[in-house]
Design a protein around this ligand. Structure first.
Ligand code: CMC
Length: 435
């Protein structure tokens, strides 16, 4: 190892030095391997929120936050959004390369024939309150699948892992749609094998046993695009949760359920729902955009501009650019009198004001993937509380691909962060009558 491939760390108290190797990625920032620190110098490192820490190495997705780059397995998101389909992106993320025609047909066929749920799973739904948030239902039902796929499952067998991935990708739309149907007191609609992945989801959401239903091709296309854009995003909170939960060797359905719980939060996937609530409040307040911008800047107010800002993107979120354009085109197709135009116009105005405001400019806060996606979903007839569920449906392939990668990694070991303990020093137990 040459001197240029290391960083020398000196402990000023003792003068002791340690050479830490620099790991060079295919793309992106070099990374210092600090794993020898505790042994060499007796130190841990402190990095709340993992701002500067790579928790693993990965071959799946690459982000360059400064340049607004997102690539799945090396393919730019703009190209995938324009030319690919969600099912092809699932193959790409899980297997690592684009499929040829036969591979794609076979994969599509496998996913299509795994969409049914065990009939007993249907009964789980009736245990939930009718007004349960569908994300709560999803956490429960996906976790419950571990009771159906556990015995005989060997996570160290690549074939078993692949079947698990097929099951999860395929069953998630059924689980998602059924949580909506249950809330509405409507019959659960079974998947239809003649339909594409996205068309089938709309069919399970909206068709009635009493009538013929043909999913609107415009909506099918828009949904497929949203699924592509949400399919993976390297080591975000929910993916890291799946990795950590799965690192103990836990059942993958249970690990995915932990990921869904993490995604639900408004700082993560729950933001798409929060954006629409915020935009609607602004519209209802006679478009007092300036008031909301002022609130977002006021440090004594917990309010934030939802759909703004990102831990990694410090220039623009490439997904937001694509979604904004799609949203604009979709609303134009629906005609100028549609009721979502007001939300879109408000979003555009908010973006304009925020992007010329010193507070947002100096902090590199830009619209993220969630800023415009909700308007598309609303226009498709998807209710607000299903937005994050659809995000989870899309991200499932990312989660399971990372879980798979983690298990086949030679460095695979249980995830176990350290801590900086600031609690009480050792003290003697005092009997209750003497406290
Ligand atoms: N509105 C107002 N101020 C903001 C916002 C916002 N949306 N986002 C960040 N800031 C400020 C924050 O107050 C802080 O200011 P200061 O330096 O004065 O203390 C500075 O910008 C840095 O913010 P941070 O919270 O330290 O940044 P982070 O990387 O920890 O958080 C974030 C990233 C996405 C959680 C945050 O920007 C946020 O809460 N955004 C709103 C929620 C949202 O849209 N989430 C979706 C994220 S993208 C999709 C996904 O991951 O699922």
């Amino acid at each position: 190892m040459s001197k240029n491939d290391t960083v020398t760390l000196t402990d000023n108290a003792t003068g002791k030095q340690v050479e830490l190797p620099i790991l060079r990625p295919t793309c992106g920032s070099p990374t210092i391997d600090i794993s020898s620190l505790p042994k060499e110098l007796g130190y841990f490192t402190y990095d709340p929120g993992f701002v500067a820490t790579a928790s693993c190495h990965s071959n799946i997705t690459y982000l360059d936050g400064a340049k607004g780059v997102l690539e799945y397995r090396g393919y730019p998101i703009e190209q995938l959004a324009e030319k690919s389909s969600f099912i092809e992106v699932c193959y790409l993320l899980f297997h690592g390369d684009l499929p040829d025609k036969d591979q794609l047909d076979e994969f599509d066929d496998i996913i299509t024939t795994h969409t049914m749920l065990h009939e007993a799973v249907k009964r789980f739904y009736s245990g939930f309150r009718r007004d349960a948030h569908p994300m709560a239902t999803m956490v429960g039902v996906v976790g419950a699948l571990s009771a159906f796929y556990h015995h005989g499952e060997d996570i160290h067998d690549p074939k078993h892992r692949m079947i698990t991935a097929h099951r999860l990708i395929a069953k998630m739309p059924t689980i998602a749609a059924w949580s909506y149907r249950y809330t509405n007191g409507q019959p659960m609609v079974y998947p239809k094998n003649s339909l594409s992945f996205s068309a089938n989801f709309l069919h399970m959401m909206f068709s009635m046993p009493t009538e013929e239903y043909t999913p609107d091709p415009l909506f099918v296309k828009a949904l497929d695009l949203l699924l592509i854009l949400h399919a993976d995003h390297e080591q975000n909170a929910s993916t890291s949760t799946v990795r950590l939960a799965g690192s103990s060797g836990a059942n993958p359905f249970a690990a995915l359920s932990a990921g869904i719980a993490s995604l639900w939060g408004p700082a993560h996937g729950g933001a798409n729902e929060a954006v629409i609530r915020m935009l609607q409040d602004i519209v209802d307040s006679d478009n007092d955009v300036a008031h909301y911008v002022a609130r977002a800047k006021d440090k004594s107010d917990r309010f934030r501009l939802m759909g703004f800002g990102h831990r990694v993107y410090k220039n623009f979120d490439p997904r937001a650019v694509i979604i904004r354009k799609t949203c604009m085109n979709l609303l134009a197709e629906l005609g100028t009198n549609n009721k979502y135009q007001a939300l879109f116009d408000t979003a555009v105005e908010l973006e304009k004001i925020a992007l010329s405001d010193e507070y947002f400019v100096s902090r590199n806060l830009y619209p993220n993937v969630d800023f415009y996606s909700g308007i598309i979903l609303l226009a498709m007839g998807i209710p607000l509380n299903m937005f994050t569920v659809i995000f989870a449906m899309a991200r499932t392939v990312g989660w399971i691909s990372h879980w798979n990668e983690m298990i086949e990694d030679d460095d695979f070991r249980i995830g176990r962060p350290r801590q900086l303990y600031l609690g009480a020093e050792t003290r003697e137990y005092v009997d209750i009558d003497k406290r």
